[in-house]
Design a protein around this ligand. Sequence first.
Ligand code: MRU
Length: 359
Amino acid sequence: MRTVFWDYDRDVMKMIDQRLLPFELVVPEYETYQAVAEGIRDMVVRGAPAIGAAAGFGMALAARQSAAADRLGLLRDLEAAGQYLEAARPTAVNLAWGVRRLLRVAAGEELETADEVRDALLVEAQRLADEDVALNRRMGYNGAELISDGDTILHHCNTGALATVDWGTALGVVFAAHEQGKRIHVLVDETRPRLQGARLTAWELQQRGISFDLIADNAAGHFMRAGEVNIVLVGSDRTAANGDVANKIGTYQLGVLAKENGVPFYPVVPTSTIDLDLPTGDLIPIEERDMDEVLIVGAQPIAPTGITARNPAFDVTPHRYVTGIVTEAGIVYPPFVKNLRAAVAAAKAIDWDDEIGVE
Ligand code: MRU
Protein backbone atom coordinates (compact mmCIF):
# COMPACT_ATOMS: atom_id res chain seq x y z
CA MET A 1 0.00 0.00 0.00
CA ARG A 2 1.20 3.52 -0.77
CA THR A 3 1.58 6.07 2.05
CA VAL A 4 -0.42 8.75 0.20
CA PHE A 5 -2.81 7.98 -2.66
CA TRP A 6 -6.02 8.84 -4.49
CA ASP A 7 -8.83 6.31 -4.12
CA TYR A 8 -10.47 6.44 -7.57
CA ASP A 9 -13.47 4.34 -6.47
CA ARG A 10 -14.38 6.74 -3.70
CA ASP A 11 -12.88 9.81 -5.40
CA VAL A 12 -11.04 10.92 -2.26
CA MET A 13 -7.44 11.15 -1.09
CA LYS A 14 -6.16 8.72 1.54
CA MET A 15 -3.07 8.73 3.77
CA ILE A 16 -1.79 6.20 6.28
CA ASP A 17 -2.06 7.75 9.76
CA GLN A 18 1.58 7.41 10.81
CA ARG A 19 0.87 8.63 14.34
CA LEU A 20 -0.75 5.28 15.11
CA LEU A 21 1.94 2.97 13.73
CA PRO A 22 3.25 0.39 14.50
CA PHE A 23 0.26 -0.58 16.62
CA GLU A 24 -2.64 0.30 14.29
CA LEU A 25 -2.80 0.63 10.49
CA VAL A 26 -5.53 3.22 9.82
CA VAL A 27 -5.99 4.93 6.45
CA PRO A 28 -8.38 7.90 6.76
CA GLU A 29 -10.01 9.71 3.82
CA TYR A 30 -9.34 13.38 3.02
CA GLU A 31 -11.88 15.53 1.19
CA THR A 32 -10.50 19.03 1.76
CA TYR A 33 -7.10 20.67 1.36
CA GLN A 34 -7.53 22.22 4.82
CA ALA A 35 -7.76 18.74 6.36
CA VAL A 36 -4.68 17.69 4.37
CA ALA A 37 -2.77 20.72 5.72
CA GLU A 38 -3.81 19.77 9.24
CA GLY A 39 -2.67 16.18 8.58
CA ILE A 40 0.75 17.49 7.49
CA ARG A 41 1.01 19.78 10.56
CA ASP A 42 -0.01 17.00 12.96
CA MET A 43 2.28 14.48 11.22
CA VAL A 44 -0.40 12.06 10.06
CA VAL A 45 1.85 12.17 7.01
CA ARG A 46 5.53 13.07 7.41
CA GLY A 47 8.78 12.69 5.52
CA ALA A 48 9.65 15.27 2.88
CA PRO A 49 8.64 13.36 -0.30
CA ALA A 50 5.39 12.07 1.27
CA ILE A 51 4.54 15.64 2.28
CA GLY A 52 5.22 16.76 -1.31
CA ALA A 53 2.84 14.12 -2.67
CA ALA A 54 0.20 15.03 -0.07
CA ALA A 55 0.50 18.66 -1.19
CA GLY A 56 -0.07 17.54 -4.80
CA PHE A 57 -3.27 15.67 -4.00
CA GLY A 58 -4.26 18.50 -1.62
CA MET A 59 -4.14 20.90 -4.56
CA ALA A 60 -6.28 18.50 -6.62
CA LEU A 61 -8.80 18.56 -3.75
CA ALA A 62 -8.66 22.38 -3.60
CA ALA A 63 -9.56 22.53 -7.29
CA ARG A 64 -12.62 20.36 -6.65
CA GLN A 65 -13.63 22.37 -3.58
CA SER A 66 -13.53 25.68 -5.45
CA ALA A 67 -16.94 26.82 -6.69
CA ALA A 68 -15.31 29.00 -9.37
CA ALA A 69 -17.00 28.63 -12.74
CA ASP A 70 -14.20 30.25 -14.73
CA ARG A 71 -10.52 29.43 -15.02
CA LEU A 72 -9.17 32.68 -13.54
CA GLY A 73 -11.41 32.42 -10.48
CA LEU A 74 -10.18 28.87 -9.94
CA LEU A 75 -6.54 29.95 -10.26
CA ARG A 76 -7.11 32.58 -7.54
CA ASP A 77 -8.60 29.92 -5.23
CA LEU A 78 -5.69 27.59 -5.97
CA GLU A 79 -3.11 30.28 -5.09
CA ALA A 80 -4.82 30.74 -1.71
CA ALA A 81 -5.01 26.97 -1.12
CA GLY A 82 -1.33 26.65 -2.05
CA GLN A 83 -0.32 29.27 0.52
CA TYR A 84 -2.41 27.52 3.17
CA LEU A 85 -0.79 24.15 2.43
CA GLU A 86 2.75 25.60 2.29
CA ALA A 87 2.33 27.09 5.76
CA ALA A 88 1.73 23.65 7.32
CA ARG A 89 5.44 22.81 7.84
CA PRO A 90 8.33 25.11 6.94
CA THR A 91 11.47 22.98 6.56
CA ALA A 92 10.67 20.32 3.94
CA VAL A 93 11.02 22.11 0.61
CA ASN A 94 9.02 19.34 -1.12
CA LEU A 95 5.85 20.90 0.26
CA ALA A 96 6.34 24.18 -1.61
CA TRP A 97 7.80 22.28 -4.57
CA GLY A 98 4.66 20.09 -4.82
CA VAL A 99 2.30 23.07 -4.53
CA ARG A 100 4.20 25.08 -7.17
CA ARG A 101 4.39 22.17 -9.56
CA LEU A 102 0.59 21.87 -9.44
CA LEU A 103 0.14 25.65 -9.78
CA ARG A 104 2.33 25.63 -12.90
CA VAL A 105 0.10 22.99 -14.47
CA ALA A 106 -3.04 24.91 -13.47
CA ALA A 107 -1.69 28.02 -15.21
CA GLY A 108 -1.13 26.12 -18.49
CA GLU A 109 -2.47 28.14 -21.44
CA GLU A 110 -3.84 25.01 -23.13
CA LEU A 111 -6.39 24.52 -20.33
CA GLU A 112 -9.45 26.53 -21.31
CA THR A 113 -12.08 25.78 -18.69
CA ALA A 114 -12.12 25.41 -14.91
CA ASP A 115 -13.09 21.76 -15.27
CA GLU A 116 -10.13 21.11 -17.56
CA VAL A 117 -7.88 22.55 -14.84
CA ARG A 118 -9.56 20.33 -12.21
CA ASP A 119 -8.93 17.21 -14.29
CA ALA A 120 -5.36 18.21 -15.12
CA LEU A 121 -4.49 18.72 -11.45
CA LEU A 122 -5.51 15.23 -10.45
CA VAL A 123 -3.52 13.78 -13.36
CA GLU A 124 -0.45 15.81 -12.30
CA ALA A 125 -0.78 14.89 -8.60
CA GLN A 126 -0.94 11.22 -9.60
CA ARG A 127 2.07 11.65 -11.83
CA LEU A 128 4.05 13.33 -9.06
CA ALA A 129 3.26 10.37 -6.79
CA ASP A 130 4.17 7.80 -9.46
CA GLU A 131 7.44 9.58 -10.22
CA ASP A 132 8.31 9.58 -6.52
CA VAL A 133 8.13 5.79 -6.41
CA ALA A 134 10.16 5.37 -9.62
CA LEU A 135 12.86 7.82 -8.59
CA ASN A 136 13.18 6.34 -5.10
CA ARG A 137 13.91 2.93 -6.58
CA ARG A 138 16.46 4.41 -8.93
CA MET A 139 18.07 6.33 -6.06
CA GLY A 140 18.05 3.23 -3.88
CA TYR A 141 20.00 1.21 -6.43
CA ASN A 142 22.38 4.14 -7.03
CA GLY A 143 23.11 4.23 -3.29
CA ALA A 144 23.36 0.45 -2.93
CA GLU A 145 26.72 0.67 -4.75
CA LEU A 146 28.07 2.11 -1.48
CA ILE A 147 27.03 -0.92 0.54
CA SER A 148 29.19 -4.04 0.79
CA ASP A 149 28.23 -7.51 1.94
CA GLY A 150 28.44 -7.62 5.74
CA ASP A 151 28.08 -3.84 6.29
CA THR A 152 26.41 -2.24 9.29
CA ILE A 153 24.50 0.91 8.42
CA LEU A 154 23.55 3.57 10.95
CA HIS A 155 20.21 5.21 10.12
CA HIS A 156 18.31 8.16 11.62
CA CYS A 157 14.56 8.96 11.68
CA ASN A 158 12.33 7.22 9.13
CA THR A 159 13.20 7.52 5.45
CA GLY A 160 11.39 4.43 4.20
CA ALA A 161 8.20 3.80 2.26
CA LEU A 162 6.31 5.76 4.90
CA ALA A 163 8.40 8.90 4.39
CA THR A 164 7.76 8.79 0.65
CA VAL A 165 4.92 7.57 -1.56
CA ASP A 166 6.61 4.17 -1.55
CA TRP A 167 10.08 2.57 -1.19
CA GLY A 168 12.00 5.37 0.53
CA THR A 169 15.20 7.41 0.36
CA ALA A 170 18.01 6.38 2.75
CA LEU A 171 16.09 3.31 3.82
CA GLY A 172 15.44 2.69 0.10
CA VAL A 173 19.22 2.18 -0.25
CA VAL A 174 19.03 -0.39 2.55
CA PHE A 175 16.11 -2.15 0.81
CA ALA A 176 17.99 -2.19 -2.51
CA ALA A 177 21.14 -3.63 -0.90
CA HIS A 178 18.98 -6.29 0.78
CA GLU A 179 17.29 -7.11 -2.54
CA GLN A 180 20.76 -7.53 -4.05
CA GLY A 181 21.38 -10.27 -1.51
CA LYS A 182 23.92 -8.35 0.58
CA ARG A 183 23.95 -9.39 4.23
CA ILE A 184 23.52 -6.13 6.07
CA HIS A 185 22.65 -4.98 9.57
CA VAL A 186 21.05 -1.66 10.51
CA LEU A 187 21.50 0.30 13.73
CA VAL A 188 18.24 2.23 14.02
CA ASP A 189 18.30 5.50 15.98
CA GLU A 190 15.06 5.71 17.94
CA THR A 191 14.85 9.44 16.99
CA ARG A 192 13.50 11.39 19.90
CA PRO A 193 11.11 13.05 20.39
CA ARG A 194 8.64 11.62 17.84
CA LEU A 195 10.36 8.21 17.71
CA GLN A 196 10.14 7.79 13.94
CA GLY A 197 13.04 5.31 14.15
CA ALA A 198 11.57 3.18 16.92
CA ARG A 199 8.00 3.21 15.59
CA LEU A 200 8.32 3.41 11.81
CA THR A 201 11.80 2.36 10.66
CA ALA A 202 11.83 -0.64 13.01
CA TRP A 203 8.39 -1.61 11.65
CA GLU A 204 9.46 -1.36 8.02
CA LEU A 205 12.70 -3.32 8.56
CA GLN A 206 10.87 -6.01 10.53
CA GLN A 207 8.31 -6.39 7.73
CA ARG A 208 11.08 -6.90 5.18
CA GLY A 209 13.05 -9.30 7.36
CA ILE A 210 16.17 -7.10 7.44
CA SER A 211 18.50 -7.54 10.42
CA PHE A 212 18.54 -4.53 12.78
CA ASP A 213 18.88 -3.33 16.35
CA LEU A 214 17.14 -0.31 17.79
CA ILE A 215 19.52 2.02 19.65
CA ALA A 216 19.05 5.10 21.82
CA ASP A 217 20.05 8.19 19.83
CA ASN A 218 22.89 8.92 22.23
CA ALA A 219 24.45 5.47 21.60
CA ALA A 220 25.40 6.32 17.99
CA GLY A 221 28.82 7.80 18.89
CA HIS A 222 29.67 4.74 20.95
CA PHE A 223 29.05 2.38 18.05
CA MET A 224 31.01 4.54 15.62
CA ARG A 225 34.02 4.76 17.96
CA ALA A 226 33.86 1.01 18.51
CA GLY A 227 34.24 0.49 14.75
CA GLU A 228 30.82 -1.12 14.43
CA VAL A 229 29.44 1.26 11.77
CA ASN A 230 30.51 1.13 8.11
CA ILE A 231 28.33 3.94 6.78
CA VAL A 232 25.76 6.49 8.01
CA LEU A 233 22.70 6.98 5.77
CA VAL A 234 20.18 9.75 6.39
CA GLY A 235 17.49 11.59 4.44
CA SER A 236 17.06 15.33 3.96
CA ASP A 237 14.18 17.77 4.17
CA ARG A 238 16.06 20.47 2.30
CA THR A 239 19.55 20.55 0.85
CA ALA A 240 21.10 23.94 0.05
CA ALA A 241 23.06 24.63 -3.14
CA ASN A 242 26.38 24.20 -1.28
CA GLY A 243 25.46 20.72 0.04
CA ASP A 244 24.44 21.76 3.58
CA VAL A 245 21.73 19.31 4.61
CA ALA A 246 18.70 19.99 6.82
CA ASN A 247 17.33 16.79 8.27
CA LYS A 248 15.72 15.40 11.41
CA ILE A 249 17.12 16.82 14.63
CA GLY A 250 20.17 14.80 15.65
CA THR A 251 21.55 14.41 12.13
CA TYR A 252 24.21 17.12 12.66
CA GLN A 253 25.78 15.30 15.57
CA LEU A 254 25.87 12.11 13.48
CA GLY A 255 27.72 13.97 10.72
CA VAL A 256 30.30 15.34 13.16
CA LEU A 257 30.74 11.96 14.87
CA ALA A 258 31.04 10.20 11.53
CA LYS A 259 33.85 12.51 10.37
CA GLU A 260 35.63 12.23 13.73
CA ASN A 261 35.53 8.43 13.45
CA GLY A 262 36.29 8.13 9.73
CA VAL A 263 32.83 6.75 8.89
CA PRO A 264 31.36 7.83 5.51
CA PHE A 265 28.23 9.99 5.87
CA TYR A 266 25.77 10.02 2.94
CA PRO A 267 22.43 11.86 2.80
CA VAL A 268 20.08 10.25 0.27
CA VAL A 269 18.18 13.05 -1.41
CA PRO A 270 15.76 13.22 -4.35
CA THR A 271 16.58 16.31 -6.42
CA SER A 272 13.15 17.72 -5.48
CA THR A 273 14.66 18.24 -2.01
CA ILE A 274 17.58 20.30 -3.34
CA ASP A 275 16.89 24.02 -3.04
CA LEU A 276 19.27 25.70 -5.48
CA ASP A 277 17.80 29.08 -4.49
CA LEU A 278 19.42 28.82 -1.06
CA PRO A 279 23.20 29.29 -1.18
CA THR A 280 23.77 27.83 2.30
CA GLY A 281 21.96 25.82 4.95
CA ASP A 282 21.97 28.85 7.28
CA LEU A 283 18.98 30.12 5.29
CA ILE A 284 16.87 26.99 5.76
CA PRO A 285 13.89 27.68 8.07
CA ILE A 286 13.93 25.29 11.03
CA GLU A 287 10.55 24.22 12.37
CA GLU A 288 10.21 24.44 16.13
CA ARG A 289 7.41 22.21 17.39
CA ASP A 290 5.34 22.06 20.57
CA MET A 291 7.39 21.53 23.73
CA ASP A 292 4.99 18.81 24.85
CA GLU A 293 6.56 16.49 22.27
CA VAL A 294 9.68 16.57 24.47
CA LEU A 295 7.94 16.67 27.85
CA ILE A 296 5.43 13.87 27.25
CA VAL A 297 6.08 10.42 25.77
CA GLY A 298 2.84 8.82 24.60
CA ALA A 299 0.50 10.12 27.29
CA GLN A 300 3.14 9.93 30.03
CA PRO A 301 4.83 13.11 31.33
CA ILE A 302 8.57 12.45 31.81
CA ALA A 303 9.67 15.69 33.49
CA PRO A 304 8.53 17.90 36.37
CA THR A 305 5.32 19.79 35.61
CA GLY A 306 5.64 23.48 34.81
CA ILE A 307 9.08 23.34 33.15
CA THR A 308 9.82 24.47 29.59
CA ALA A 309 11.52 22.61 26.76
CA ARG A 310 12.89 23.46 23.30
CA ASN A 311 11.92 21.30 20.35
CA PRO A 312 13.62 22.10 17.01
CA ALA A 313 12.43 19.41 14.58
CA PHE A 314 15.45 19.66 12.23
CA ASP A 315 19.09 20.70 12.20
CA VAL A 316 21.58 21.58 9.48
CA THR A 317 24.68 19.48 8.82
CA PRO A 318 27.32 21.63 7.09
CA HIS A 319 28.60 20.13 3.83
CA ARG A 320 32.12 19.62 5.21
CA TYR A 321 30.73 16.60 7.07
CA VAL A 322 29.01 15.17 3.99
CA THR A 323 30.98 12.51 2.10
CA GLY A 324 28.56 12.45 -0.83
CA ILE A 325 24.89 12.90 -1.67
CA VAL A 326 22.93 10.08 -3.30
CA THR A 327 20.31 11.26 -5.81
CA GLU A 328 18.18 9.68 -8.53
CA ALA A 329 20.72 11.07 -11.02
CA GLY A 330 23.70 9.40 -9.33
CA ILE A 331 26.00 10.01 -6.37
CA VAL A 332 27.19 13.59 -6.07
CA TYR A 333 30.60 14.40 -4.56
CA PRO A 334 32.24 17.75 -3.75
CA PRO A 335 32.42 20.41 -5.03
CA PHE A 336 28.69 20.37 -4.29
CA VAL A 337 27.96 23.87 -5.62
CA LYS A 338 28.82 22.71 -9.14
CA ASN A 339 27.87 19.05 -8.93
CA LEU A 340 24.45 19.41 -7.25
CA ARG A 341 23.37 21.84 -9.98
CA ALA A 342 24.48 19.31 -12.59
CA ALA A 343 22.56 16.52 -10.79
CA VAL A 344 19.35 18.59 -10.75
CA ALA A 345 19.72 19.17 -14.51
CA ALA A 346 20.48 15.48 -15.13
CA ALA A 347 17.39 14.41 -13.14
CA LYS A 348 15.21 16.72 -15.24
CA ALA A 349 16.55 15.05 -18.39
CA ILE A 350 15.48 11.56 -17.23
CA ASP A 351 12.58 10.20 -19.30
CA TRP A 352 10.07 9.83 -16.46
CA ASP A 353 7.31 8.73 -18.87
CA ASP A 354 9.44 5.71 -19.58
CA GLU A 355 10.31 5.18 -15.89
CA ILE A 356 6.68 5.21 -14.75
CA GLY A 357 5.39 3.37 -17.79
CA VAL A 358 3.30 6.16 -19.39
CA GLU A 359 2.60 5.47 -23.09
O1 MRU B 1 9.55 15.33 11.00
P1 MRU B 1 9.57 14.27 9.93
O2 MRU B 1 9.26 12.90 10.42
O3 MRU B 1 8.73 14.69 8.74
O4 MRU B 1 11.08 14.25 9.43
C1 MRU B 1 11.44 13.37 8.41
C2 MRU B 1 12.90 13.39 8.14
O5 MRU B 1 13.65 14.09 8.77
C3 MRU B 1 13.40 12.57 6.99
O6 MRU B 1 14.73 12.21 7.21
C4 MRU B 1 13.28 13.41 5.72
O7 MRU B 1 11.99 13.82 5.47
C5 MRU B 1 13.84 12.86 4.49
S1 MRU B 1 13.56 11.18 4.13
C6 MRU B 1 12.26 10.91 3.26
